[in-house]
Design a protein around this ligand. Structure first.
Ligand code: PAF
Length: 288
């Protein structure tokens, strides 16, 4: 157990956590259990999800676990930012009830061999560029759901494909968990908050702020009557290149149900983008 300053209870062991959850579930007039899963290095985006949970009223539980099986790139895992004491301070300030920080060997025991796959939704976009990533995400999320047994779980819209995949999994597996979405929090410049932003050089940080500018430009084009997907995508790619954002993984305009592209863009579709600045991979999206 880590030293704690105030009311936040930090639990590392899966068995201890499961006992706690049993107790919470057995309470008379029990309050909802609200889970906000994270990988730590918490920023305002995470904190806004937690604030959303706090507003619902219930037991708020945050988890911090850098899930190795969702990293397709060893260096990305090695360099993933860690700021545990800072995270604990932030969660304390928000009066989160419990923080679950499981140890890797307690989550993935020797001989661990079961994974959960949401088939089609994980094939394109980030799934295409990060083989195995979403398999890793759905597997850890279902494990966290089984340990924490939440009534509600909150995920950010910045990771749109992840959110849609998790919602599909919850539906397909008949889980009694309500998934709540949290909006993307941005810096003043428009850059979507991400734990990986910390790893950007100053120059790349400046370039990264142009991603949202480009998304807004494409949205304006759409609102002004341009509805051909190919036109909007080319316009956006051209803009990114003119701003030095050359290493583009994908720019697509997809529907929210199936994450599929259509030649003609409709209101409610989402422009989704992934690109690399140096070694840092950034994603963003904007609903039209
Ligand atoms: O979005 C994240 O931080 C992670 O993918 C999640 C949902 C905590 C699973 O490891």
């Amino acid at each position: 157990m880590l030293k704690r300053k105030s009311s936040l209870k930090i639990i590392n062991k899966v068995s201890t956590f499961k006992n706690l959850i049993k107790k919470l579930h057995n309470k008379k007039n029990r309050k909802p259990i609200i889970l906000i899963p994270t990988m730590g290095a918490l920023h305002q985006g995470h904190l806004s999800l937690i604030e959303k949970g706090k507003k619902i009223g219930g037991y708020t539980i945050a988890s911090i676990f850098i899930n190795p099986i969702q990293f397709n790139d060893k260096n990305d895992l090695k360099n993933y930012p860690i700021a545990l004491q800072d995270d604990i301070d932030k969660l304390n300030r928000l009066k989160v009830d419990y923080l679950f920080i499981p140890k890797i060997e307690d989550i993935f025991e020797k001989n661990f061999q079961t994974t959960v796959t949401v088939n089609d939704l994980q094939k394109n976009l980030c799934g295409m560029h990060r083989p195995g990533h979403f398999n890793g995400v759905t597997t850890i999320v279902i494990k966290l759901f089984n340990i924490v047994k939440p009534d509600i779980a909150i995920f950010g819209k910045k990771d749109l494909q992840q959110l849609i995949i998790i919602k599909r999994m919850v539906k397909d597996l008949n889980l009694d968990i309500k998934i709540i979405e949290g909006r993307t929090i941005r810096e003043r410049s428009g850059l979507a908050l991400s734990s990986r932003n910390k790893l950007l050089t100053k120059t790349n940080y400046h370039k990264a702020s142009k991603i949202y500018l480009g998304l807004k430009m494409a949205k304006n084009q759409f609102l002004n009557g341009r509805n051909k997907s190919i036109y909007l995508k080319n316009k956006l790619i051209k803009f990114f290149k003119s701003e030095g954002l050359n290493n583009i993984e994908y720019v697509q305009i997809v529907n929210q149900e199936k994450l599929e592209e259509n030649a003609i863009v409709k209101k409610g579709d989402v422009i989704v983008v992934a690109l690399k600045l140096g070694k840092i991979r950034l994603i963003d999206n904007l609903k039209l």
